[in-house]
Every structure is written in structure tokens, then in C-alpha cells.
Design a protein around this ligand. Structure first.
Ligand code: NAD
Ligand code: TYD
Length: 352
């Protein structure tokens, strides 16, 4: 797998190794600001987890890793993933999400074409993508199905869309056995505090303002990260080759609703806090340029074809998440580095 030191990838490694006894994970990650090896500390000396620091665009490294470890599947989590960063500095998104995925596909194609017939038939390349490739919905439009036209609006979603198209092309042109998943917004443990939910918790605990872009009425469809990981395992196991599966849990919420829910849980769990009510910290700030209004996933295909369902409700998942952050403040503190401080100044400084 690639990107296994990031938010979703690390959750995937932790769950996968806990669930399987005889499998090995070869984890290739560049360790950008978003990658954090301490998330994987539980498996740092476990021979089933082999970590390699490197770039998915490095073809020589990929060729040697594929040859040495001979994986039965490659799962591509690695990406630049933050929309706001893609607005400030889009080039890294093209480099990793587009060129990186292309180089990974090329390396995997060469490896797969040299496999024996039985191994080649078993092999899978699973590409982890996002619902943001479909663009923005109005309030009364139906949720995204897999047939919804692509209409990406940010440099992030455009770069992910390009990677999805390349994955599709490798199936149609070369027959590479690919699967693509397009998931809604994730939340849960180990998410970098530049994304909305951990940012709310981080700022609320410090008594800092909680910035809401625009009118706070933008809607996202939220899924607990463990449910995303179980969906990826299910698609890897049962997905039809060349198919796309949308992943979501039918939990559409406005950003304002999310902030209120998290603040209410913090008020309850921290009765002594001097920052209560935490809602008083909400501050409306200038909007994100090109801010998509609404995302919503129609999960009918994965539910009916693969019988996947999320386990967490939003209520249970968000409570688990807030509790995890309260109990793991040291994890947050050690990743909130100098680089992160520069990002805060750059992104929020200009919003007023
Ligand atoms: P993240 O930013 O937390 O982690 C990305 C990881 O990829 C980091 O560990 C980083 O070091 C690594 N990486 C970046 N560039 C790399 C490169 N060139 N080579 C190797 N490793 C590199 O991201 P995430 O939230 O865990 O998202 C993982 C994947 O899931 C991404 O492809 C993203 O588009 C997709 N996705 C995310 C969400 C979400 O809500 N977070 C929703 C749907 C889909
Ligand atoms: P984010 O976590 O960046 O995910 P995405 O943009 O990929 O959906 O943002 C989720 C929503 O929260 C999005 O509508 C933007 C909004 N948002 C804020 O209002 N304030 C913030 O400080 C951040 C980071 C996001």
C-alpha cells in the first residue's frame, strides 16, 4: 500500500494487521507533513509491517519493491489531500496525485504483466478516491451515483479526477485488474488537525476561535474512517474488476451542525473547562474560493452488490472521535509542528 502513514492509510494498516494473522503490509509513504510514523507505533517492530520512506513517483524504487515483495494487491492511498492547500499551492497535487498515480500504474502494469497466469488473475490494484470528483450538488439534486458525470472544482478534486481516469484507462487499455472507490468525507482518530473536525477539537481545547467558512451551511456526507476501511477491504475482496464503488453512510450534515455537535460533546465531557460553552468560539470567516456547496453519496451499489454497510452512526462515530482526541493529545501536539504553524498563518491569516 501507499500513503499508509496518513490518516486513512494508518487506520487501514492498524485494522488490517489486527484482523489478519498471516498477511504482510508493505507501506510506501513519502512522509510529507501529513504522514506520521507515530500513528503506526504499535507495529514498528512487527515483521508483518514493512515501512519504506519513498515517493510513489519513483519508478526505480517501485520496481524494486514490487520485485522484492511480490504483492498480491496494491492499494493506493497516497495523495495530497487538503483542498485549502491545493488552492494555495496546486503543483504538489499534480505531482503526486496525477504523476505519482501514473508512475505507480506504469510500475504495477510492468509487474503484473510478468506474473504467471494464476497470480495475474488474483492480482488487484485498488485506487482510493473521493466523492469530490463529482463536483457540487444543489440542495434538491439526488446524491452521487457511480454514473454521475465528473465535474471537479478544486485543484485537489481535479487532480484526483485525473488519477481516476488514468486508472480507468489502464483497465480498458491493458486489462490491469483495477478497482476504484470514491468515498465521502472521513472523520476519526489520527486525522491531521488541518481538516474540519480535528481542527474544531484542537481549537476548542485551546480556547481559540473555530473558523467556519462562509455561512457554515455547506454540506458534507460524513463517514467514520473505520467504515471506509471496512468498505475498502470488502471491495478488494468482492469488487468486480474495472468497477467503481461509491462509499458513504448517508450522514449529510452542514458544517454548522458539525461544529455544534462537537462543541456539545466537549461541553459534556469537559464540565470544568473555562471555554464552555465551546460554541461561543465559533467565528465566521471569509469563504474558501470555489467552495463546493454540497456532497452526498448514494451507496446503493456497494450495499447491494457487496453487502457492505457502515457500522457506526454519526452519533456513535463522532463521540468516539472526540474521546480519542481528548485521550491522545500527545499525538496531536507532536504533529503540530513549525510547518503547521506556518500553514495556519497562511490559510487563516488572510481570512480575517
Ligand atoms: P492524508 O493527507 O492524511 O495522508 C496522505 C498520505 O500520503 C501521507 O502519509 C503522505 O505522507 C503520503 N504521501 C503524499 N504524497 C506522497 C507521495 N508522493 N508518495 C508517497 N506517499 C505520499 O490523506 P487521507 O485523508 O488519509 O486520504 C487518503 C486517501 O483517501 C487520499 O487518496 C484521499 O484523496 C482519499 N480520500 C480522503 C477522504 C478524507 O475525507 N480524508 C475522503 C475520500 C477519499
Ligand atoms: P475539509 O475538512 O477541508 O474537507 P473538504 O473540503 O475536503 O470537504 O472541510 C470540510 C468542510 O468544512 C468544508 O465545507 C470546508 C469547511 N471548513 C471550515 O468551515 N473551516 C475550516 O477551518 C476548515 C478546515 C474547513
Amino acid at each position: 500500500m501507499t500513503g499508509g502513514a496518513g490518516f486513512i492509510g494508518a487506520n487501514f494498516v492498524l485494522e488490517y494487521l489486527a484482523l489478519t494473522e498471516n498477511s504482510r503490509v508493505i507501506n510506501l509513504d513519502k512522509l510529507t507533513y501529513a504522514g506520521n510514523l507515530s500513528s503506526l507505533a504499535a507495529y514498528s517492530s512487527d515483521p508483518r509491517h514493512i515501512f519504506i520512506k519513498g515517493d510513489i513517483a519513483d519508478r526505480a524504487l517501485l520496481a524494486s519493491l514490487l520485485e522484492e515483495h511480490r504483492p498480491s494487491a496494491v492499494i493506493n492511498f497516497a495523495a495530497e489531500s487538503h483542498v485549502d492547500r491545493s488552492i494555495h499551492a496546486p503543483e504538489a497535487f499534480v505531482q503526486t496525485n496525477v504523476m505519482g498515480t501514473f508512475n505507480l500504474l506504469e510500475s504495477v502494469r510492468v509487474y503484473w504483466q510478468a506474473l504467471g497466469e494464476a497470480e495475474a488473475a488474483e492480482f488487484r490494484f485498488l485506487h482510493v478516491s473521493t466523492d469530490e470528483v463529482y463536483g457540487s450538488l444543489t440542495m434538491d439534486e439526488p446524491a452521487f451515483t457511480e454514473r454521475h458525470p465528473y465535474a471537479p472544482n478544486s485543484p485537489y478534486s481535479a487532480s484526483k479526477a485525473a488519477s481516476d481516469h488514468m486508472v480507468r484507462a489502464y483497465h480498458h487499455t491493458y486489462g490491469l485488474p483495477v478497482l476504484t472507490t470514491n468515498c465521502s468525507n472521513n472523520y476519526g482518530p489520527l486525522q491531521f488537525p488541518e481538516k474540519l473536525i480535528p481542527l474544531i477539537i484542537h481549537n476548542a481545547l485551546a480556547g481559540k476561535s473555530i473558523p467556519l467558512y462562509g455561512d457554515g451551511e455547506n454540506i458534507r456526507d460524513w463517514l467514520y474512517v473505520g467504515d471506509h476501511c471496512s468498505a475498502i477491504r470488502a471491495v478488494l475482496d468482492k469488487g468486480r474488476l474495472g468497477e467503481v464503488y461509491n462509499i458513504g453512510g448517508n450522514y449529510e450534515k452542514s458544517n454548522l451542525d458539525i461544529v455544534h455537535t462537537v462543541c456539545d460533546i466537549l461541553d459534556e465531557l469537559l464540565p470544568e473547562s473555562s471555554h464552555r460553552p465551546h460554541k461561543s468560539l465559533i467565528k465566521f470567516v471569509s469563504d474558501r474560493p470555489g467552495h463546493d456547496r454540497r456532497y452526498a453519496i448514494d451507496p446503493t451499489k456497494i450495499a447491494t452488490e457487496i453487502q457492505w454497510q457502515p457500522k457506526e452512526t454519526f452519533e456513535s462515530g463522532i463521540r468516539k472521535t472526540v474521546t480519542w482526541y481528548l485521550e491522545n493529545q500527545s499525538w496531536v501536539e507532536q504533529i503540530v509542528s513549525g510547518e503547521y504553524q506556518n500553514w495556519l498563518a497562511e490559510n487563516y491569516g488572510e481570512r480575517g
